[in-house]
Design a protein around this ligand. Structure first.
Ligand SMILES: C[S@@+](CC[C@H](N)C(=O)[O-])C[C@H]1O[C@@H](n2cnc3c(N)ncnc32)[C@H](O)[C@@H]1O
Length: 264
């Protein structure tokens, strides 16, 4: 199914979806800070996968797998991945939804959506028919209430300018008792590890990234975004305050990343 122009909300999720459906459902209306974030991710979109794997020594892929496992996606279920980037979570989850299910990825950065759609097209023809990508702002998701069984967000929440609003949108589009899984970079706890971590995050990553990408901004933004975001305990409280229940927290790799799971 191809989505063109401004699609009526009620038609967003009829029938099968396809990887070629990478249209913007409705024009985005973004604030100044959103535009800054959008530009930043546009500038690194073609290299973000390789840089994420490089800087995390490949561990980011294991973290995503852990979160995908927590989601416990079953055949026939409909899944939404918010801040999908180049679609890594979508491609991971597509194997679980069967022929009757679907996985939709949304991101407000067109360059990311284009790469995600391309990846899906060239990846596995059988699974690619179950996925779709759209440009959409996480704070104004273009889906009717109660559309999805599962919503995932990997490394996205920290970048969204209004966390609570995005969480309420996630809750709105989830079915009753639907599952929310979230993966985020967090500040590790062990004191022996912290100094090393901070040196790597604030010094090594921006230095290497500047050489590789010739860009200064994105990887100076990264540490600030991690240190500017809620602590694990605070974010758990925010998730609860936004109406989710059974919120569980799973620290990974000494707390460098944390997986959160919750129910609508
Ligand atoms: C670090 S990338 C994560 C990509 C992907 N989830 C992954 O696991 O590789 C963060 C993504 O969030 C997107 N993003 C940030 N704010 C957003 C918003 N308000 N609405 C939609 N996408 C947003 C960015 O465009 C970027 O692609």
């Amino acid at each position: 199914m191809h989505f063109k122009g401004s699609l009526p909300r009620s038609r967003v999720f009829q029938g099968r979806v396809s990887a070629s459906a990478s249209r913007q459902v409705r024009p985005l209306s973004l604030g100044k800070r959103d535009l800054f974030i959008q530009n930043l991710f546009s500038s690194i979109a073609p290299r973000i996968d390789i840089l994420s794997s490089l800087f995390s020594f490949g561990i980011c892929n294991l973290w995503r797998r852990r979160v995908a496992a927590l989601a416990q996606v079953r055949s026939g279920e409909h899944v939404l991945d918010v801040c999908t980037g180049t679609g890594n979570m979508v491609l991971l989850l597509a194997g679980n939804v069967g022929t009757a299910g679907s996985v939709t990825g949304v991101d407000f950065c067109e360059e990311m959506i284009a790469i995600a759609s391309d990846k899906a097209r060239h990846w596995n023809r059988r699974l690619a028919g179950r996925v779709a990508f759209f440009c959409s702002d996480a704070k104004r998701l273009d889906f009717p209430d109660g559309t999805f069984d599962v919503v995932s967000v990997a490394f996205g929440m920290r970048n969204i300018t209004d966390t609570a609003r995005a969480l309420r949108e996630v809750r709105r589009v989830l079915k009753r008792n639907g599952r929310f899984v979230c993966l985020e970079l967090t500040r590790p706890e062990p004191p022996w590890f912290l100094a090393l971590y901070r040196f790597y995050l604030f010094r090594v990553i921006p230095f290497v990234a500047r050489i590789v990408t010739k860009l200064d901004g994105p990887y100076r933004y990264l540490p600030k975004s991690i240190y500017g975001f809620y602590s694990v305990a605070e974010f758990k409280q925010v998730i609860e305050a936004c109406g989710f229940s059974q919120v569980r927290v799973h620290p990974m790799t000494w707390g460098v990343a944390t997986a959160y799971e919750a129910r609508r």
